[in-house]
Ligand binder design. Structure first.
Ligand code: 3HC
Ligand code: NAI
Length: 690
């Protein structure tokens, strides 16, 4: 007898209720419980129809991801679903919350689906580097048609109940809060009608329409080539849907199974599954329980309406929180406000928000040049110029004005948060909230824990991050915190390599092929070379480009020249500058570096710096470093981040290459003793946690 399944009969309707918190994932216990429920229903001759429903926050949210990679346990999900589809009486899935992946596939093996208006359905396996492996690729096209199935399964998006109803994924909507009773009434009606039972697998009209139509698939591949680059799952999903269109159901399912297993065993899917759990780990802090005290944040102050301050403010406005925006002059304030408005208006032009929402969000801003207007704020975030005296001055002022219990946050990128906190009388109320540019877009929020930062502040910041749709990563104080610190070494090595004669174009191409959206030099040209080099007096290639008024794409080109279509070609001026700077520094010319060598010299130091960050206790776990690089620097998700990727390369291999590079190029490559120790012990870097 399963203790997570309840079977009841009401008016001749057998109701199978599964309760397997937190999300009713279809692990072995849930699968066995469902089978048992159907067996009980079939054994009861008074049962004329079956309702399959879940307790708790959601209908089945998919296969149990923790089971992947472990020995299979019977029944497998496909076996279970084939079994329930043989039901001699109508079966109705009653859906609330999110019917995802194997959860939706379960519903697609029932004869009917009824859902609450707030329910969502989707096949998000693509986000785990997988494809729906229990019939989803064969069944969804049979309901929604080939074009919609291609889009829904390759994007993995959650489809709203209203859309699911119009597409035919759901047959009916229940009243909110009355799913069980509405599903029973629906089942009674179906049982009374005594109509022939139609299985989704037998529905042909949508797939028949495109049989032999190669063009629809090729056009879809072409249109999405950029989006799918580097990922293995989308192409296999398309092949499955081609099979659904062209082959009998059984053969299509066999193809789906084969391609699912290929993905399941791939490193890229393992990386994406690791990332799924890593993302959910970041808010867990060993010395702070989830239910630890936290402070209320309902009103936010932002100081500085520049590049970062404006974007930071938008996060809170988007979440409906009023923001008092402070600048040092009316001009700067007006400039900041007009950038925010322009950003919102661009979103409205793209149809992402309505014109009314633009006005609503703008109306939530109280602009001011008077610090006294910060007196009532629960959270005050400083985003002024990056110099210690200015930061201290601002915090000193805020200390005098902010109410008791207000959280005082700095968005500093590199400065010592403890020194900033010491300029106030309340260092326990000071925290780092480090956003990434553009702050309204990039999903990473580093939460910087100073020596005296109160644990309630950290708990509050973790919850706040979720409220504004960011992924939090906790960092201790150090130069650059986690993401900037580990990624800066990549930039340094890229600079060193071009001075040794390796072409910036080769470096950019190798980094692009690894999976980044662009290489380091393309990135600098895009962001602006004046912004990149700000604050440094060292003579570099970038500073020389700026001295010749080459600021990147925005003015005269940078490392590259750009034509009217923004097509880039390596700039002869940049190449001259590279040669000049290199000869002034007396560097030896070693231009030969293949892709493997470029990867080793650019990315092994990132791994090495990550090991240092862990060893120093700056990050509390390796997977947090991976998430910081993925969410803050677009490290390709299918590589799992630098720590996970290092394990796939082999730590011993990385250490021995670093040793060789140290001999040739010096201490920038000296392996961290911690990394050496892990390699010697045969341990995994990505599993390190304090
Ligand atoms: N398997 C195992 N654990 C799961 C899980 C799953 N499918 N889905 C969620 N969990 C766990 C999370 O790890 C988390 O655990 P924790 O509390 O210990 O950290 C807990 O459930 C709650 O999850 P969230 O924090 O993500 O809760 P939210 O309410 O924010 O989101 C959700 C709920 C939308 C269901 C979200 O968890 C989600 O998207 N889950 C994954 C859905 C998915 O990818 N399904 C497809 C699985 S693959 C599959 O089905 C293959 C099949 O085709 C054969
Ligand atoms: P910015 O120069 O674009 O904006 C700073 C703004 O602060 C200016 O508008 C200025 O007028 C205002 N300001 C200066 N002193 C002030 C004061 N005393 N009171 C009120 N306003 C004042 O700079 P940016 O890029 O927005 O950086 C701000 C902070 O964010 C810095 O600490 C920076 O290191 C950090 N940061 C920057 C990132 C970036 O990519 N630009 C990324 C993450 C953090």
């Amino acid at each position: 007898m399963s203790d997570i399944m309840k079977f009841e009969v009401e008016n001749g309707i057998g109701v199978i209720t599964i309760n397997s918190p937190p999300v009713n994932a279809l692990g072995v216990n849930a699968r066995r419980a469902i089978a048992e429920g159907f067996e009980q229903a079939w054994a009861d001759t008074s049962v004329n129809a079956i309702v399959l429903i879940c307790d708790g926050r959601t209908f089945f949210a998919g296969a149990d991801i923790t089971e992947f990679g472990k020995p299979p346990q019977q029944p497998s999900l496909p076996e279970l679903l084939e079994f329930i589809e043989t039901s001699p009486v109508p079966s109705i899935a009653a859906i609330h919350g999110t019917a995802l992946g194997g959860g939706l596939e379960t519903a697609l093996h029932c004869h009917y689906r009824i859902a609450t208006p707030s329910a969502k359905a989707g096949l998000p396996e693509v986000n785990l580097g997988l494809l729906p492996g229990a019939g989803g690729t064969q069944r969804l096209p049979r309901i929604v048609g080939v074009p919609a199935a291609l889009e829904i399964i390759t994007s993995g998006r959650h489809v709203s109940a209203a859309e699911a109803l119009s597409l035919g994924i759901f047959d009916a909507l229940a009243e909110e809060g009355k799913l069980r009773e509405n599903a029973i009434s629906f089942a009674l009606k179906i049982a009374e009608e005594d109509a022939p039972l139609v299985r989704v697998r037998d529905r042909q009209e949508h797939v028949e329409k495109h049989r032999g139509d190669q063009q629809i698939f090729d056009a879809f591949r072409k249109k999405n080539a950029r989006k799918f680059r580097g990922f293995e799952a989308p192409e296999r999903i398309i092949r499955c849907i081609e099979a659904a269109t062209n082959l009998p159901y059984e053969e299509g399912v066999a193809e789906e199974r084969r391609l699912f297993m290929e993905l399941h065993d791939s490193i890229k899917s393992k990386a994406q599954r690791y990332v799924f759990f890593a993302e959910r780990q970041t808010s867990k802090v060993p010395d702070i329980p989830k239910d630890a005290p936290k402070r209320d944040v309902n009103r936010v102050g932002v100081i500085g309406a520049g590049t970062m301050g404006g974007g930071i403010a938008m996060n809170f406005l988007n979440a409906g929180l009023p923001v008092t925006l402070i600048e040092q002059s009316q001009d700067a304030l007006d400039r900041g406000l007009s950038v925010i408005r322009k950003n919102y208006e661009n979103s409205a032009k793209k149809g992402r928000i309505s014109g009314e929402q633009v006005e609503q969000r703008m109306a939530l801003i109280s602009p001011s040049t008077d610090y006294n207007d910060l007196a009532d704020q629960d959270l005050i975030i400083e985003a002024v110029f990056e110099t210690m005296p200015i930061k201290k001055d601002v915090f000193g002022k805020v200390d005098k004005i902010a109410k008791d219990g207000a959280i005082l946050a700095s968005n500093t990128s590199y400065l010592d948060l403890d020194e900033i906190a010491a300029s106030t009388s309340r260092p326990q109320d000071v925290i780092g909230l480090h956003f990434f540019s553009p702050a309204n877009v990039m999903p990473l929020l580093e939460i910087v824990r100073g020596q005296k930062t109160g644990t309630d502040l950290i708990n509050t910041a973790m919850k706040l991050a979720k409220r504004i749709g960011k992924t939090p990563v906790l960092s201790r104080v150090c130069h650059g915190f986690i993401a900037n610190r580990v990624m800066t070494v990549r930039g340094k090595q890229a600079d060193a390599m071009i001075l040794q004669g390796v072409s910036p174009e080769d470096i950019d191409r190798v980094i692009y092929d690894y999976g980044f959206a662009m290489g380091p030099f393309q990135m600098r040209d895009l962001v602006g070379l004046d912004v990149i080099g700000r604050g440094s007096n060292e003579k570099t290639v970038a500073s020389e480009l700026v001295a010749r008024d080459r600021l990147g794409q925005k003015k005269n080109g940078g490392y590259y020249d750009y034509d009217e279509n923004r097509k880039a070609t390596l700039s002869p001026i940049a190449m001259d500058i590279i040669r000049d700077v290199a000869s002034e520094k007396g560097l030896k010319h070693t231009p030969d570096a293949d892709a493997q060598e470029i990867i080793a010299r650019l990315l092994y130091p990132v791994v090495n710096e990550g090991a240092r960050v862990l060893d120093e206790g700056v990050a509390i776990r390796a997977s947090d470093i991976d998430i910081a690089c993925i969410k803050g620097y677009n490290w390709p998700v299918y590589r799992g981040g630098p720590m996970f990727w290092a394990d796939t390369v082999g730590l011993d291999k990385i250490v021995s290459k670093l040793n060789a590079l140290e001999k040739e190029f010096g201490d920038a490559f000296t392996p961290s003793p911690f990394l050496v120790k892990l390699a010697a012990e045969g341990k995994k870097l990505s599993e390190v946690s304090l």
